[in-house]
Design a protein around this ligand. Structure first.
Ligand SMILES: [Zn+2]
Length: 465
């Protein structure tokens, strides 16, 4: 094993997670054994975990004491799940306190996520649940030939606050990764990124589809090639279109492996060597629903997930707001895990500053999340670029109102980052309209905004992919 890999795996990452009570290596070994067991055996494992979770939830989580009051069986089967009402993001936000286990477990991780829908949610997770989530992620990466200790080039956001940046630097060190900002970049940044990628060639790339695809097209357009290309590119968070996949694979000469997850639940599915998205069935039960009706295999519907390991804040039948189908065809790779297909949900846009710098949608989402954490009075928001020098903000004020001084502060912050030439207008609205697909798109770039105004082209408002 290469010396730096050995060092980061055995001297940094595994001890750092172990200290937090996360037995990632042990869980990973178990998951690798489980990936090919007979489906009936896996179902038994899921039911045992489900039973344990629901019984603990009924005893210690006020919301579930009510929801599960009528379920009295000692051992609960997967069929019993269908009798439990689904849980929406809105309910998680409104009943956050009642969704937490009491007494509160001593060691928990708090994750604030879901900002891409304009309505962030904070989830509490036990370290055991975190360890299973991390192990499932590493198992998925292993299918792409990536292992703990490998050097990652991370095309991702950079936190806006100094404290956030410090934490990010520490996490990046522990996870052996170098961060390339996906928030604020132009073609000059790519020259710099290219230099850094040559100085210390990473083992794999990880990041937003849109950002890596943009970088790939730049490599192709400028006729550049990396002398030591990455072994794999793992894309996440956004829909991966066939065009983007082709562009990335052509530019970097390696396979793209897509990951599907959502902030509240962590990773849900990873792509195998045969291009199928396998679900982390040991950690969750996935249902596809059309309203409340279960979909048939191959039929598209909303992805609804029950997380099996997290007693700190159980999410039972959680509606992700993403859409997809479950396939019943076995995968040629021989893994018996479920296969998710036709996932579509998130489609992010870029906001382009008047000076040409491009900002990933998540950048603005981070900024609004920061404002929301400071209780500035925003319940929900949407940002739309309507002209090269104009942003339209739609704000649903929170119950306590969105005061004018908060509005001025927010606008000033946006103009500080995007440039003083960017005009920003704010409108207070009652509610924010969803896309035709039902998805909430909170950052709308110039291209999408203009295609929306164009005469109804088929699918012009539907998410990519
Ligand atoms: Zn497979």
């Amino acid at each position: 094993m290469r010396a730096d890999r050995f060092f980061f795996k055995y001297c940094v990452y595994l001890p750092a997670t172990w200290i937090r009570g996360q037995n990632v290596a042990g869980h990973l070994a178990r998951l690798r054994r489980y990936e090919r067991i007979a489906p009936a055996e896996r179902r038994k494992l899921q039911e045992a975990r489900l039973s344990r979770l629901l019984q603990a939830a009924r005893a210690g989580v006020p919301e579930y004491s009510r929801r599960l009051a009528r379920l009295h069986a000692d051992s609960l089967s997967i069929q019993d799940l269908a009798t439990i009402p689904t849980l929406t993001k809105q309910e998680v936000r409104d009943r956050r306190e009642d969704l937490q286990y009491r007494p509160r477990p001593r060691f928990i991780v708090a994750k604030t996520t879901g900002g891409s829908t304009g309505e962030p949610v904070t989830i509490h997770k036990t370290h055991t649940a975190m360890a299973w989530e991390l192990a499932a992620t590493w198992r998925g990466y292993a299918w792409a030939g990536v292992h703990i200790g490998d050097l990652q080039a991370r095309f991702w956001g950079v936190p806006l606050s100094a404290a956030g940046r410090r934490t990010a630097r520490l996490t990046d060190f522990v996870c052996h990764r170098r961060r390339f900002s996906a928030f604020d970049f132009d073609r000059n940044s790519f020259v710099q990124y290219d230099q850094q990628l040559r100085e210390k060639p990473p083992d794999y790339f990880y990041g937003y589809v849109s950002m890596i695809a943009e970088l790939a097209r730049w490599y192709t357009d400028t006729g550049r090639r990396l002398d030591q290309p990455p072994g794999a590119v793992i894309t996440t968070s956004e829909v991966l279109s066939p065009d983007d996949r082709k562009a990335i694979e052509a530019a970097f000469g390696c396979r793209v492996f897509n990951e599907y997850g959502c902030g509240e639940l962590g990773t849900i599915a990873h792509e195998c060597e045969h291009g199928r998205l396998h679900t982390s069935d040991e950690n969750m039960i996935i249902e596809i629903l059309d309203g409340e009706r279960p979909c048939r295999p191959g039929e598209k519907g909303e992805i609804v997930v029950t997380e099996l390991n997290n007693i700190a804040m159980p999410l039972v039948r959680y509606r992700t707001g993403d859409f997809g189908a479950l396939s019943d065809e076995p995968c040629p790779c021989g893994r018996t895990l479920g296969v998710l297909s036709d996932v579509f949900g998130r489609a992010y846009d870029f906001i382009v500053a008047p000076d040409g710098r491009r900002f990933h949608a998540e950048f603005l989402v981070y900024m609004f999340e920061e404002a929301q954490r400071q209780n500035c009075g925003i319940a929900q928001f949407r940002v739309e670029q309507t002209a090269p020098d104009h942003l339209q903000l739609l704000v649903v004020p929170s119950a306590s109102g969105f005061p004018e001084h908060e509005e001025m502060r927010l606008v000033a912050r946006i103009r500080e980052l995007l440039g003083a030439n960017m005009r920003v207008t704010t409108s207070r609205v009652q509610r924010i309209q969803r896309e035709a697909s039902g998805k909430m798109r909170v950052i709308v770039g110039l291209q999408s905004a203009s295609s929306r105004q164009a005469p109804a082209a088929p699918g012009s408002t539907a998410p990519r992919g």
